[in-house]
Ligand binder design. Structure first.
Ligand SMILES: Nc1nc2c(ncn2[C@@H]2O[C@H](COP(=O)(O)OP(=O)(O)O)[C@@H](O)[C@H]2O)c(=O)[nH]1
Ligand SMILES: [Mg+2]
Ligand SMILES: [Zn+2]
Ligand SMILES: [Zn+2]
Length: 412
C-alpha cells in the first residue's frame, strides 16, 4: 500500500483514496455534456485566493469510485464520464504531479535561519544529485511536475550559467512557497532486488523557508506540518554567525552576515515543534533523525588543516555510504563546535534529539567574490560534501547501501 504525503499541505493519505479532478474535456460520452469549472473552495482557502473569484474556478473534484478497478490510475468523472488521470489531495485540493502517487514519499525538511545558505544549498545539492553523486550511486533525480521543472531550471540557470546567487527568499512569496519535488530512483539491493526495472523510486520534497520568517499563524502551521511529516531534517548552521569565527576572520570585515537566531535556539524550537506534533518520545527526545550541517566550510580554512576529513570529499566506493567517514566528519565537526561555542549547540542536540549527526560542507567551494557579493565564484560552484547529510538520511531509511565499519559507533 502506497502512502502519500501531500507536498503542499503535508496531509498523509493512501494513494488509492486520493481524489481526482475532471479535465473538462469536450469528448464526453455520447449525449453527455462536458463538465464546467466550479469554485474550488478548499483550494481557494489553501492558497488564500477569493473563493468567488475566477481564479478559484477549476475542474470538479470527485472521490475515487468504490470497488471499480481503475486501470493505470485513471477514473471516469461521474458527471461527464470522461476519464481523468489527475490526482488531487483531499485536504488542500492541490493537484499532485502526475507520477507522484506511484511511489512512497519522503519529506526531507531543510531548515536554518536567514542567510544560512539554504537556497544555494538546494540548488547545488540537486545539481550534484543529478550529476556526480547520481553517477556514483547509479541513482537519478528528476524534477516532478511542471512547477518544479520550471523553478529548478531557473535556479540552475542562475547559479551555474549566469553565476548569480539566489536572491533572498521573498517574505511575501514565502506563504505560498511551492515545494521542490524530485523523484529519486535508486538501485534495489539484496533480496528485494525484484523490481521490474531494478530500481526503487522515492519522491523527495524540499521546502525552502525559514520558520522565523513565517509571521502569520497559518503559514507557521503549515511549516510545522512540514517538519512533522519529515522523514529527516537537515539543519543548516552558518559558521559566520558564531562570534569566535567572526573574530578570527578579519579579512571578512564588512562582509559578514547580520546576526540571526542562534543555532541552538533553532534546534530547541525545532524540537518543541516536533514534540508538539508527537514526534518525540513522550516528553523526551525527538525521534526524527536530524543532520546538522555547518555550511560555508570554504571560509573555514584556518580551522581545517590539510588532511582533515572536512577539507576533502567523502571517500566512497562501490556506491555505498561510508559509515567510518561519516563518524570522522561528525567527530571533527564536534571538535570545531566545541572550540567555537564551548559545546552549547552539541549539548542542546543531545538533550533534544535521539539521533543526530554533524556535517560540514560548502555549496560554493569558495566565498563569493569580494567585489560582487551577489555573484557565485567565477569558476562556478565547486561544492564540497554537500550530499553527505542527505545520503546519511537516505541510508537510515534503507534507500542507499551503507558500508558499516567495525569501529564505527552506531547512531551518533
Ligand atoms: N563562503 C560561502 N558563502 C556562501 C555559501 N553558500 C551561501 N553563501 C553565502 O550566504 C548567502 C546566503 O545564502 P542563501 O542560500 O541565500 O541563504 P538562505 O537565506 O538560507 O536561503 C549567500 O548570498 C552567500 O553570500 C558557500 O558555500 N560558501
Ligand atoms: Mg533563501
Ligand atoms: Zn494537500
Ligand atoms: Zn467531468
Amino acid at each position: 500500500m502506497t502512502r502519500i504525503v501531500c507536498p503542499y499541505c503535508f496531509a498523509s493519505d493512501r494513494a488509492a483514496r486520493l481524489a481526482y479532478r475532471c479535465l473538462m474535456a469536450r469528448t464526453g460520452l455520447r449525449g453527455a455534456n462536458a463538465c464546467a469549472p466550479e469554485p474550488d473552495t478548499a483550494w481557494a482557502a489553501f492558497t488564500g485566493m477569493p473563493a468567488a473569484g475566477p481564479a478559484a474556478l477549476r475542474g470538479p473534484c470527485f472521490d475515487p469510485p468504490r470497488g471499480l478497478r481503475t486501470g493505470r490510475g485513471r477514473a471516469p468523472c461521474p458527471a461527464c464520464g470522461v476519464e481523468t488521470p489527475v490526482r488531487v489531495c483531499r485536504s488542500c485540493h492541490n493537484d499532485l504531479p502526475s507520477d507522484y502517487c506511484d511511489q512512497d514519499s519522503r519529506i526531507i525538511a531543510l531548515i536554518g535561519p536567514k542567510s544560512a545558505g539554504k537556497s544555494t544549498y538546494v540548488s547545488v545539492l540537486a545539481h550534484e544529485l543529478r550529476n556526480r553523486v547520481g553517477r556514483e550511486f547509479a541513482a537519478s533525480l528528476a524534477s516532478m511536475g511542471t512547477a518544479t521543472q520550471q523553478r529548478y531550471r531557473a535556479m540552475e540557470d542562475d547559479l551555474y550559467h549566469r553565476l548569480l546567487l539566489p536572491g533572498p527568499t521573498q517574505p511575501a512569496a514565502m506563504r505560498f512557497n511551492d515545494p521542490l519535488i524530485f523523484r529519486l530512483s535508486t538501485p534495489r539491493h539484496g533480496p528485494l532486488a525484484l523490481g521490474w526495472d531494478g530500481s526503487r523510486h522515492t519522491a523527495l520534497v524540499f521546502f525552502d523557508a525559514a520558520g522565523e520568517d513565517l509571521a502569520d499563524a497559518e503559514a507557521m502551521d503549515r511549516y510545522t506540518a512540514y517538519l512533522a511529516a519529515a522523514d529527516g531534517v537537515i539543519l543548516l548552521v552558518d559558521p559566520l554567525q558564531l562570534r569566535t569565527v567572526r573574530e578570527q576572520l578579519p579579512e571578512m570585515e564588512g562582509r559578514l552576515p547580520a546576526i540571526e537566531t542562534a543555532p541552538e535556539q533553532v534546534a530547541a524550537d525545532l524540537a518543541t515543534q516536533l514534540r508538539g506534533r508527537n514526534r518525540g518520545e513522550g516528553k523526551g527526545r525527538v525521534t526524527t533523525p536530524l543532520a546538522v550541517a555547518v555550511t560555508k566550510s570554504d571560509a573555514l580554512k584556518p580551522w581545517l588543516p590539510h588532511g582533515s576529513p572536512l577539507a576533502r570529499p567523502a571517500q566512497r566506493s562501490g556506491g555505498a555510504v561510508d559509515e567510518a567517514d561519516r563518524v570522522a566528519v561528525h567527530q571533527d565537526t564536534r571538535a570545531l563546535l566545541e572550540e567555537w561555542d564551548g559545546g552549547v549547540l552539541y549539548r542542546q542536540l543531545e538533550r533534544d534529539f535521539a539521533q543526530f549527526s554533524l556535517f560540514c560542507l560548502s555549496a560554493l567551494g569558495s566565498p563569493p567574490p569580494a567585489d560582487s557579493p551577489a555573484d557565485a565564484p567565477k569558476a562556478g560552484p565547486r561544492p564540497l560534501r554537500v550530499e553527505d547529510p542527505l545520503l546519511w538520511l537516505l541510508g537510515l531509511r534503507g534507500l542507499l547501501q551503507v558500508r558499516q565499519n567495525r569501529t564505527a559507533r552506531k547512531g551518533r
